[in-house]
Design a protein around this ligand. Sequence first.
Ligand SMILES: [Zn+2]
Length: 270
Amino acid sequence: MDQLAIHRVLNKKTYYTIESDRYYQSATFFKKFMNCEAATMAELKGIYQPDKNAKALLVGNYLHSYFESKTAHDKFIKDHESEMLTQKGTLLKDYKVADSMIATLADDPMFNNLYVGDKETIVKGKIGGVKWKGKIDCLNLERKIFLDLKTTREIDRKYWNEDTRMWQSFMDEYNYPLQMYVYQQLIYQKFGVMCTPYIIAVSKQDIPAKAVISIPPKRMDQARDQIEEMQQRVEEVKNGLKEPMRCGKCAYCRQTAVLRDITSMDDLIS
Ligand SMILES: [Zn+2]
């Protein structure tokens, strides 16, 4: 099999490779395109690597691996032991918090009753003629539900949306309905079962808060509409048919900016 063909077969090893992201669309990359086309294209070309906040990502993976299986969690600890410890050899504070986050879910009867099913199921399919991929934290076809674990700063934190001029929750801020809509479609295409999504949220506070969150059908419809509306443009940019637009604000745009004109002090904030 040639290198490209290898990355079209989705498994644990190939799922998070850039080759796979070039071939398949995903909720993560679709959202990146909506934030900044130029940065996303640079990332897909391998010439720009966003600061992924490696530590936050690792802590998230640590928590996910615990609820995947004991084997996955032990492997995570074995692979990352040195990054998890301070110079004195004690566990980093982030991992202590992560252990509290794990404990608050692991000791909760409702969570234990809900979070049952196949873990880390990879799905793929087509949405509007485009190949998409997804990875489901927990899928239960018999109960017709799937669950996604999300860690967040505070579950009731408000984020200001400049476009709608309204406050929104972390669910909107990170456009989780779009991800859940995509997963729902891909699960349906693969298994023929229409499943309801739930987010299990746990906060990164010293004493973590938790919630099981549903997504109203109207929000899923809006996510579908958003993909229908934006997908053609995203595909044209991704395939090099249209010039990627710069958002002008993200790290990539700042890093590659050159001064061209003079700004009036009255135009600095919108
Ligand atoms: Zn940008």
